[in-house]
Design a protein around this ligand. Structure first.
Ligand SMILES: *Cc1c(COP(=O)(O)O)cnc(C)c1O
Length: 443
């Protein structure tokens, strides 16, 4: 887990510790002393806690426990969840998996991605998107980020394609759809399958269709922080029966059927979801649409407020994006409009005001572990030294480097409360801006 993912999860943990209390948004008078300098915070109450449960989760969990069928080969919860999720998204097939990483891992296997192949990925994503490519001993090729949307810059994908490219792996980062019109068109033109990493994009839509169903395959995560959550969990969506069968077999140790026998048709792994996970998901699923609508309404309201503040640029959506899952609320911070207050100090000041905020990802394409991986015996056996040396040249992502310096994130749970919460967030940003010169003197 990257340092930033850790920070994000810590923030989430902080946001989850409190019970729902009365939320009071104080108006930010310019004379108010910043909380980081000992003044009153804009907000004292915690944001909504996560996960949300009631007696139904408890009942569902205990039913599996006492029923004794804890494995999907015996029970029917995983199958029922697959049917529910597939029909909700409008996909022909859904395969539940142990987590999002294993969903992506099985999908790349089904597509036959292996040593020597290049896979196009964004540098602005959670590390799992890239780790699954490395698990296949394939080469991740990073395409720079569109800083206005925080998504892979589709205008730069074609220049990264070579005769070794085998797959395009866009991420719908933060729950906002990547530019699927452009990406799918490039895929068609170059005969490359598109694997959608929708791990943050539950119920997000592109031109009215659910993301994950537009590419060859799409993957979800149900990890604890995600908008649909069973602690750990994942799913693969596809309309292609052959790809579904390949994923199904791979995730069940290469078996030729859905059972527990000893007939194998390919290599594989055990990536199966448990009945406990599926039982929780069937209950959590009942909230996902409403929660998603609440996030969308709050985010739209917050964007209107923040966009009026000089130096704050909320992430833009592509025109084809008809629904954003808002797993993250992301914006760019321009310190020159805040008396050159460094982002770290801005974040500290916001956190002191009772608004948890974090700095988000660091540039994945610059992670030292990539070079260590390419130095391994396996990579040196597959790739000519010249190709690995060229990789370094090919993987400059200047727009992403800059975005990683400017980004600010709020977590999805902060969008689940009443509209007052959005007023408090905007008030805190305005308060910090109003006092920025004072805050600078103290750094
Ligand atoms: C969470 C996530 C994953 C991995 O999912 P896990 O369930 O944690 O394995 C992959 N890609 C992205 C973009 C994610 O956010």
């Amino acid at each position: 887990m990257s340092r930033n993912e850790l920070t994000r999860r810590k923030l989430l943990a902080v946001a989850s510790t409190g019970i729902a209390a009365t939320r009071v948004a104080r108006p930010a008078a310019s004379s108010d002393k910043p909380a980081i300098l000992g003044g009153q915070p804009v907000r004292a109450a915690p944001f909504p806690s996560w996960p949300v449960i009631d007696g139904n989760e408890e009942r569902a969990w205990m039913e599996v426990l006492h029923g004794g069928k804890w494995n999907r080969l015996d029970g029917d919860h995983a199958r029922r969840f697959e049917e529910t999720w597939a029909s909700t998204l409008g996909a022909k097939h859904c395969l539940a998996t142990a987590n999002g990483t294993s969903a992506l891992f099985a999908s790349l296997n089904a597509l036959g991605i292996g040593p020597g192949d290049e896979v196009i990925v964004p540098p602005y994503t959670f590390v799992a998107t890239v780790n699954v490519v490395l698990l296949q001993h394939a080469l991740p090729v990073f395409v720079d980020t569109d800083p206005e949307t925080f998504q892979i810059d589709a205008r730069k994908i074609e220049a990264a394609i070579t005769d070794r490219t085998r797959c395009i792996l866009p991420v719908h980062l933060g729950g906002s759809p990547a530019d699927l019109d452009a990406i799918l068109e490039i895929g068609r033109k170059h005969h490359l399958p598109v694997l959608e990493d929708a791990c943050q994009a539950h119920l997000a839509e592109w031109r009215g269709r659910k993301v994950s169903t537009l590419g060859a395959l799409g993957c979800f995560s149900f990890q604890a922080s995600k908008n649909l959550n069973s602690g750990e969990g994942g799913a693969i969506l596809t309309n292609d029966t052959d790809l579904y069968n390949a994923c199904q077999s791979f995730h069940n140790n290469g078996r030729g059927n859905t059972g527990s026998g000893f007939g194998y048709v390919r290599n594989g792994a055990n990536l199966r979801m448990t009945e406990f996970q599926a039982a929780l998901l069937l209950e959590q699923f009942k909230r996902v649409d409403q929660q998603s609508r609440t996030r969308e309404q709050n985010a739209a309201y917050l964007t209107k407020q923040l966009a009026e503040i000089p130096g704050i640029a909320p992430a833009r959506m592509y025109s084809g994006a008809t629904r954003n899952a808002y797993h993250l609320y992301m914006f760019r911070y321009d310190k020159t409009r805040f008396a050159n207050l460094p982002r770290s100090r801005f974040l500290a000041a916001l956190n002191a005001e009772g608004i948890p905020a974090s700095s988000g990802y660091t540039p994945l394409n610059q992670e030292p572990f990539l070079k260590h991986t390419f130095d391994s015996r396996a990579y040196r056996a597959v790739y000519p030294a010249k190709q690995l040396a060229e990789w370094v040249e090919r993987n400059h992502c200047p727009a992403n480097d800059r975005l990683c310096e400017e980004a600010v994130w709020f977590t999805q749970t902060m969008l689940l409360g009443p509209r007052d919460d959005m007023d408090a967030i905007a008030a805190a940003v305005r308060k910090v801006q109003g006092h920025a010169p004072n805050l600078l003197e103290r750094t």
